[in-house]
Design a protein around this ligand. Structure first.
Ligand SMILES: [Zn+2]
Ligand SMILES: [Zn+2]
Length: 343
């Protein structure tokens, strides 16, 4: 098969790779679309330690089943599918309790680290356990389905934030996941969504996708503005999608007493937080890891365009051009959002 292989750091090569072999409980998927994630772009230079070469990256994908293993009952050749980026074991304590994102033997597709190497979907074919598959309805294109994975992270975060009808929500960071968070908040019935970023272009997009207020953190006192929109109380929920100390602290400062902060971003491994404010204002901090059976809801929202992907996709070039597109993303070409490679 053809694949895009990271042969050494900063060296992505399009060429022949061995066809993956499937086990009895696996299927072989002919990949049709696979999105380039920020974690792939950052991982390419070795800085994260999560893409140790050689590895085929890619965990945001969709395609058609080409072959099914002997023990697979629910799927057949020709089925349109997408799949979780987490390969859970299906048998550990967490998996048995419906928490596959917390699986003890969790592997992430397209990741290669100290503990494992799991080739991903920047390839014509990928082998996957049947238990992580989800059927893609006809109303959802392969390109849209390739966005289910990042969109499901937002859906999961909104669920973890326990948003209620009529809430005021703050979204710190309007990159790809933040823009999905804005849309998932719209779908969950927030009364007011306040998007915060420092890039005017991203804030404009957040407004277009449903944010009621856009605040440029370089130009105003964000917490003060949020209080101005909430009769002085502060927001009911905040979702932080960056993972830096200053933005997490701003998110905490935006909350009303008893409010909830959903933490999605984790750029820094540790940050300082105002402990006494969290305790005395009785805030809830909710960590959000990947997704937990949020695919069906996300596919539903994509199918009826409650989550819009069209304005987030910058290009859909063929897999053979992947190297050049990775470089453009790595070089932070302005205005470039999601790039989805077609296989
Ligand atoms: Zn990703
Ligand atoms: Zn498990």
């Amino acid at each position: 098969m053809k694949a895009l292989t990271l042969t050494e750091y900063m060296n992505l090569v399009y060429g022949d790779a061995p066809d993956p072999q499937i086990a009895g409980d696996e299927v072989l998927v002919r990949v049709r679309a696979c999105g380039i994630c920020g974690s792939d772009v950052h991982g390419m230079d070795g800085s994260t330690g999560r893409r140790v070469p050689p590895v085929i990256m890619g965990h945001e994908a969709a395609g058609v089943i080409a072959e099914v293993g002997g023990q697979v009952r629910d799927w057949k050749r020709g089925d349109r599918v997408t799949f979780d980026s987490t390969i859970s074991c299906g048998v550990c304590w967490y998996c048995q309790r419906g928490l596959p994102n917390l699986c003890d033997r969790r592997r992430v597709l397209g990741v290669s680290c100290e503990d494992y190497r799991q080739n991903g979907a920047f390839a014509e074919l990928v082998a996957l356990p049947a238990r992580i598959l989800y059927g893609v309805p006809d109303s959802v294109s392969f390109e849209q389905a390739a966005m289910v994975e990042p969109a499901s992270v937002a859906v999961h975060a909104v669920r973890r934030a326990a948003v209620s009808l009529g809430d005021v929500a703050v979204v710190m960071g309007t990159g790809m996941i933040g823009l999905f968070v804005v849309q998932a908040l719209c779908a969950s019935g927030c009364a007011k969504i306040i998007a915060v970023d420092i890039e005017p272009q991203k804030l404009a997009l957040a407004r277009k996708l449903g944010a009621d207020v856009a605040l440029n953190a370089n130009e105003c006192d964000v917490a003060k503005e949020v209080r101005g929109h909430t009769e002085g109380r502060g927001a009911d929920v905040a979702l932080e999608v960056i993972g830096l100390g200053p933005t997490i602290n701003t998110a905490i400062a935006c909350l009303r007493k008893g409010g909830t902060l959903a933490l999605v971003g984790n750029f820094r491994p540790t940050v300082e937080i105002p402990l006494q404010a969290v305790v005395t204002r009785q805030l809830t901090l909710a960590g959000c890891c990947a997704n937990c059976d949020d695919y069906p809801t996300t596919l539903e929202l994509l199918g009826r365009k409650a989550i819009n992907t069209a304005s987030l996709v910058s290009a859909t070039p063929p897999l053979a051009e992947g190297t050049a597109w990775f470089k453009r993303l790595y070089d932070r070409e302005p205005g470039l959002l999601k790039v989805i490679l077609q296989c």
